[in-house]
Ligand binder design. Sequence first.
Ligand code: SAM
Length: 289
Amino acid sequence: MVVASNSRSVQRSGGDAHRIAADGSGNRRVARYDSAHAPRAEGRSSTFSIAGTHPLTQPPAVTRPSLVTRTARRLAAHFRTSRDRLQRRFTTIYENNEWRSDESASGVGSTRARGADFQDDLVALINRWQISSIVDAPCGDLNWMRNVLAQREIDYTGIDIVPALIERVSRAHSESQRRFLCADMTRDDLPAADLVLCRDGLVHLSFADARAAIRNFQRSRARYLLTTTFVARTKNADIPTGEWRVLNLEKAPFRFPPPLAVIDERCRHSGGIYRDKRLALWELAAIAV
Ligand SMILES: C[S@@+](CC[C@H](N)C(=O)[O-])C[C@H]1O[C@@H](n2cnc3c(N)ncnc32)[C@H](O)[C@@H]1O
């Protein structure tokens, strides 16, 4: 660990250093911190900056979110789970193998056999949409995803909130174009990438936390989001973060537009009750949450 001025710390993970700083709201910004990749402009851009005071200079348009937007944001922040609670909950799940798989810390949905059902389609999608960098949030233990990375060279950043898990995957899987960060996908600043892959992530979060994660992906300036959705469901139910339920992201309260592309995970276990499970692709800019 290296300490840097103007930031809380620089953490080393997977051969790269990452700066973690605190902003006014207690959120952390995480940025890659090496000479080749200078950290990008600081987190949330201010919409209230005042400039152009010269009488001949046209002042820039000041865009202020409406009262409704500001109230909705305050309410959403109120219902979000704190970082500490999120981290404690998922660390307990990890330490006690609560998702009950002998093979993967990420549960029975993350075995190599499950990955084999759709990983060729994932590689084809990466090629078809000319994806050259991925942020995998959450990455879990990389149990099936490592087979995709073995098939297709790509710049890859794995994100998870459980420190022990990130230490483990960093030790086992870091390479020059592959790194891992312990971060909270609902609030920490994520590295920019062509694609955010969020498989089996939002399904464990409350509506408020899932919305926060989606907005955080948008803030990362990634172009695309590839994420889990169950296309045959007509309704979504809220849960406390840390539990699990199916989500159809095209239904309320998310109301995503029709996806650009869909991968059928060919999920046939449990008598086929999850056979509508898909990884679907959206342009993040087209999502309003
Ligand atoms: C079911 S696993 C899925 C992992 C991987 N995407 C896969 O397909 O195997 C869910 C993971 O989400 C992580 N997680 C939950 N909330 C998170 C958050 N707010 N930020 C980052 N990771 C989170 C958990 O620690 C866990 O490793």
